[in-house]
Design a protein around this ligand. Structure first.
Ligand SMILES: [Zn+2]
Ligand SMILES: [Zn+2]
Length: 247
C-alpha cells in the first residue's frame, strides 16, 4: 500500500493509493490530461483507474470529475458530498472494502457538506489521508492513530496568512475551526502520531500565498525533535514521492 500526491494545493488535489486490485484515486482536482500525464510519471496508467474516492465537493477536489464519470469510473463519497455535487454514486456511510483495501471514512471539521478523511488498512499496515480540516479534532486524531504513513494538510504559516494579501473574511474562514490547518497545528498532530508508530508524513495542500515549502517543513520538523521518521512535501504542479510499501 503506497501513496502519491499527484498534485496538492488549491489549484487541484489528487492522490493515488495502491490497493491489491489497482490504484485507487482519491479526489479529482486535476484535469484528465494532467492526471494522465502525472500518473504516467510514476508508472501508473490513468486509463486503468476504475475507482475514485472523494473527500468533499470543493472545486479544487472535483474539478476533473466529469471526464472520470464519463469514462465509467465508480465514484465513492459521503452521502452529503454526492448530494452537494448532484451526482449518483456509491454512498460511503461507514467502513467498507474498495479494491481489496479496508476503507474507514471519518468526518473532518471543514466548511463543506459532509467532508471526510480516510484511513486505509491492509495486512496490518495503515495509511491516513486528511486534507482540508480546520482543526485536529479528537475524532480525527483517533482515526489516524497507529498509521505508519499519513497525508496531512499543512496549509498555511500563521504569520504569512495574517500579514498576507487575503481579505479579512477569508483569513478568518481559513483560520476558523472549519477552515484549514496551519503548519504549527500539523506539527502538533504529527507529534502525537509519532508516538503511535508513524514512519512517514506527506505535507499536503500548502498555500502558495500563505506558506512556503521550507517553512512548512521547518515548522513541522521542530515539533518532531526525536522522531526518526521521514517528512515529504507535496506539490501543486508535480507528483510527490511515492511513499510506503516497505513496512
Ligand atoms: Zn475544501
Ligand atoms: Zn481543498
Amino acid at each position: 500500500m503506497r501513496v502519491c500526491a499527484l498534485g496538492s494545493g488549491s489549484s487541484g488535489n489528487c492522490f493515488l493509493v495502491e490497493a491489491p486490485r489497482g490504484w485507487l484515486l482519491v479526489d479529482a482536482g486535476l484535469p484528465w490530461r494532467e492526471l494522465r500525464r502525472r500518473a504516467a510519471r510514476i508508472g501508473v496508467r490513468a486509463e486503468a483507474i476504475t475507482t475514485l474516492l472523494l473527500s468533499h465537493e470543493h472545486a479544487d477536489h472535483v474539478r476533473g470529475l466529469g471526464p472520470l464519470v464519463r469514462r465509467g469510473v465508480a465514484v465513492w463519497a459521503s452521502p452529503g458530498t454526492l448530494a452537494a455535487l448532484g451526482i449518483s454514486g456509491h454512498p460511503l456511510r461507514g467502513p467498507t472494502e474498495i479494491l481489496g483495501l479496508a476503507v474507514h471514512p471519518f468526518p473532518l471539521p471543514h466548511d463543506a457538506e459532509q467532508p471526510v478523511g480516510f484511513r486505509f488498512e491492509l495486512n496490518g499496515a495503515a495509511l491516513g489521508l486528511a486534507t482540508d480540516l480546520g482543526s485536529v479534532s479528537s475524532e480525527v486524531l483517533a482515526a489516524l492513530r497507529g498509521c505508519q504513513v499519513v497525508v496531512l494538510e499543512a496549509n498555511h504559516d500563521l504569520n504569512l496568512l495574517l500579514g498576507g494579501p487575503y481579505p479579512w473574511p477569508l483569513k478568518l474562514r481559513i483560520l476558523g475551526p472549519r477552515g484549514h490547518l496551519g503548519n504549527h497545528e500539523t506539527g502538533q498532530a504529527l507529534a502525537q502520531l509519532a508516538r503511535t508508530g508513524l514512519r512517514a508524513a506527506l505535507l499536503a495542500h500548502l498555500s502558495r500565498e500563505n506558506n512556503a515549502p521550507h517553512l512548512a517543513l521547518d515548522t513541522v520538523a521542530r515539533a518532531l525533535p526525536n522522531w526518526d521518521g521521514k517528512l515529504y512535501l507535496t506539490y501543486p504542479d508535480r507528483p510527490s514521492s511515492v511513499v510506503g510499501g516497505g513496512w
